[in-house]
Design a protein around this ligand. Structure first.
Ligand code: R7I
Ligand code: MG
Ligand code: MG
Ligand code: MG
Length: 344
């Protein structure tokens, strides 16, 4: 059903923009008060607000979508250059200092072909970044490919342009998988959703272990914990943050975004009744505090893919910068997706 698909593709990228725009006011705030958040949202409904600007999360998501649409596949050099040029054009969007340095290097060195992966490998004394910057921009990959193995591979490759640490790129893979499963699920069951993610992440983390000489599967471990926490009654947000984190590390934010989506499948009592599924997911994830724009953007991409556009709050869409472009990119990705389905 192409019409319903179009709505879900659009809502995924729109959800990512809304989460970024609404969350960015609180980025780095450990304790966000629900009262303040509700006031923000009410201002959007009462048209009593200024336009909310998007940050680097959205800027980079747009580059991922744009490059995939133009080339109809992943082209490393073009993708890296789009990130860097977008940064150069508009550097004050809240990029981390590490990423800013990386883009300066990319632009100065005139790198070609596979060399574009090198600056990422040099980050953080040669260990590579485990930040959430690769996961926060990955949603378009899940919209560009019907095939799950392609999603995993392309998510990893795009991530490695900036995040060479295993936790950085595996976080991007997990987020892409979450968007993929949400997009294709008609009636999400929390436990089977998490089980599907574990089934995919298990071999990925096992093979990472072989090369890093470790027995740890940190993403799978958090996903296992998630099953326990999704069944808990009267869960406090302090508990959620303690278990899943709300920080800038991918490991402390991708599972949190997935948890927010699943937890908000049913209305959370503390959140305004009458909110749509996408709206309450975004409000809930911002309320958790910390890296609010990024966690809300990732949760918004997953929730949008599931609920579709009928769940997108139109008043919010009017005040958030970049919504139109997100819709256009979603349409371009859907066309690409449909071509791939036909070619199968
Ligand atoms: O991951 P990245 O693009 O940052 C994304 C965040 C989001 O919240 C955006 O909204 C934006 O505000 O920035 O940027 P990186 O510089 O790769 O990583 C982000 C942060 O993670 C760094 O500033 C470090 O604090 C931390 N970090 C590390 N610290 C020590 N060692 C990431 N990797 C390492 C590491 O290997
Ligand atoms: Mg930000
Ligand atoms: Mg940001
Ligand atoms: Mg952020």
């Amino acid at each position: 059903d192409v019409v319903r698909s179009r709505f879900r593709f659009r809502a995924s990228l729109v959800g990512a923009v809304l989460g970024d725009c609404i969350g960015s006011k609180y980025e780095g705030t450990a304790r966000v008060r629900m009262q303040n958040l509700i006031a923000d949202v009410r201002a959007l409904h009462e048209r009593d607000t200024r336009d909310l600007r998007y940050t680097d999360d959205t800027a980079m998501t747009r580059s991922v979508a744009g490059s995939l649409i133009v080339h109809e596949k992943f082209v490393a050099e073009d993708m890296a250059l789009r990130f860097a040029k977008e940064f150069q054009k508009d550097p004050c969007r809240g990029y981390s200092p590490g990423i800013s340095n990386l883009f300066e290097k990319l632009l100065q060195r005139n790198l070609t072909g596979g060399e574009v992966f090198r600056p990422a490998e040099e980050q953080f004394q040669g260990k590579g970044s485990y930040g959430n910057g690769a996961a926060m921009r990955v949603a378009p990959v899940a919209l560009a490919y019907p095939d799950i193995d392609c999603i995993k591979e392309v998510a990893r490759q795009i991530a490695r342009l900036t995040h060479a640490h295993v936790l950085g790129y595996n976080g991007a893979i997990l987020q892409a998988l979450a968007v993929h499963f949400a997009l294709h699920d008609e009636n999400v069951d929390k436990m089977s959703f998490v089980n599907k993610l574990i089934a995919e992440m298990e071999p990925i983390e096992a093979s990472a272990n072989a090369s890093f000489n470790s027995a740890d599967k940190p993403y799978c471990k958090k996903l296992e914990k998630m099953k326990e926490y999704l069944n808990k009654k009267n869960l406090s947000k302090e508990d959620v943050v303690k278990q899943f984190g709300h920080g800038v590390r991918a490991l402390d934010s991708v599972p949190t975004a997935i948890f927010s989506f699943l937890h908000c499948l049913e209305p959370e009592s503390e959140i305004l009744a009458g909110f749509s599924g996408l709206a309450r997911t975004i409000v809930y994830s911002v309320w958790l505090g910390g890296d609010t724009d990024t966690i809300a953007s990732m949760a918004g991409a997953i929730a949008g893919a599931y609920y579709g556009v009928e769940s997108s709050p139109t008043q919010w869409m009017q005040y958030c910068e970049g919504v139109k472009e997100a819709e256009q990119n979603a349409d371009g990705l859907l066309a690409l997706y449909c071509r791939r389905v036909q070619e199968r």
